[in-house]
Unconditional design. Structure first.
Length: 370
């Protein structure tokens, strides 16, 4: 997070997300830190993600009427208090005993949404029961990876629906894990503590070891599988990890409800551009026919503002939420989201935007356009 000013104060109250990151590093063991913070290979994409937001200038408008302003947005046909969601992230009980339950409570308390990972270490029903009734919460979605055992996957979809999740997010950019050097140095398998396991994850059946990536790629999802998933559920389906405009256009043809423009936080294919750069062509391809969300490198309220200016309907925040959780449980995650929310309101006010709908490309200052 290079250029942000960060000084953790005497009483250790974090002032910004970089302070939270430092406190998380101090709280986590070496292995957990490597797992939660690492990216793929040389971590070029990981760095691109944060740098792109920092390099993008703002173009504030002055003397606008800001009375009655708010941060509400419409997503999948419903109004929500903020354009912020916690990104799906594995094994949160490894970061802190509060785990996914604490993360969901934190998100709900701040009017933010939560996407629960398929590799959650807390049962999906527990998480949903905790927040379903919260009037001021954001959306509650479930993220799936495609799995070879369709019967088990379909049964999981039924559980997701019954528990009250409002959408399914199919992650399509990680048919195999990236080359994560920091993690590979830890050894052949992740040194998860005994109390942490992915409670809804099906052990994979023995694979045919021929083909790409020693057979792993044989089980990679295709567009047919996307249609199959749609036929199993009445819930809206979004795809996470779409970055190519041609894929975005195909998703619209299949009536997908939304896309999440993401390079998986730089954890899969290194040297992809920043998600900030990947967003505009996808927005153009979708032409308003599906929701478009983004994640990657969001560390400031101004980053959220810029993503909305580029056409995102909302953003997901990954590692910073884990950092808050890691050193202070649900309270820490809530503080991270509160900081982002407050900073977004500040950015909107200073740029002359009363609501997120007022934020446009004209509020960005592009060196190439000036
Ligand atoms: C520790 C960790 C675990 C993750 N687990 C998942 C996952 O289970 N499913 C998924 O779709 N994305 C997963 N992601 C990617 C995030 O959802 C998100 O795309 C990324 O973290 C956004 O970038 P940011 O961390 O810079 O905000 C994970 C990311 C991290 C850091």
């Amino acid at each position: 997070m290079g250029q942000h000013l960060s000084v953790v104060s005497m009483n250790d109250t974090p002032t910004n997300l970089q302070d939270h990151e430092k406190l998380a590093q101090a709280a986590l063991g070496e292995a957990a830190w490597a797992y939660f913070s690492g990216g793929a290979a040389d971590e070029i994409t990981l760095q691109n993600n944060t740098r792109a937001w920092q390099d993008m200038g703002l173009a504030p408008r002055v003397l606008q009427d800001l009375k009655g302003g708010h941060t509400q947005v419409q997503l999948l046909g419903r109004p929500w208090p903020t354009p912020l969601l916690v990104a799906p992230m594995t094994h949160q009980r490894w970061a802190h005993a509060d785990g996914e339950a604490g993360m969901a409570l934190a998100a709900a308390a701040q009017g933010c949404g939560m996407v629960l990972s398929h590799q959650t270490s807390t049962p999906l029903q527990t998480v949903a029961e905790l927040v379903r009734g919260e009037a001021e919460r954001g959306p509650l979605w479930f993220q799936l990876y495609w799995q070879a055992d369709h019967g088990a996957l379909r049964a999981l979809v039924a559980q997701i629906e019954a528990a009250g999740y409002e959408a399914i997010v199919l992650t399509v950019d990680a048919p195999v894990q990236g080359v994560r050097d920091r993690e590979r140095r830890l050894g052949p398998s992740l040194p998860l503590p005994e109390h942490v396991r992915a409670v809804h994850w099906q052990a994979q059946p023995p694979r045919d070891s021929s083909g790409l990536c020693a057979g792993h790629a044989n089980a990679a999802p295709t567009w047919d599988d996307v249609a199959r998933l749609q036929s199993w559920t009445r819930l809206p389906v979004l795809l996470k990890g779409v970055t190519h405009p041609l894929d975005a256009a195909q998703a619209v043809r299949l009536n997908l409800s939304g896309l999440i423009v993401s390079n998986h936080g730089g954890r899969t294919l290194d040297t992809q551009p920043a998600s900030a750069q990947l967003l505009p062509p996808v927005v153009d391809a979708v032409q308003g026919d599906a929701a478009v969300l983004l994640d990657g490198g969001i560390r400031r309220g101004t980053d959220v503002f810029k993503a909305l200016a580029l056409g995102a309907d909302a953003v997901l925040v990954g590692r910073p939420c884990l950092h808050g959780l890691a050193h202070a449980g649900a309270r820490g995650a809530a503080h991270v989201l509160r900081l982002l929310r407050d900073e977004l309101e500040m950015a909107m006010t200073l740029c002359g935007c009363r609501t997120p709908q007022d934020i446009t490309l004209a509020h960005l200052h592009w060196p190439s356009r000036s």
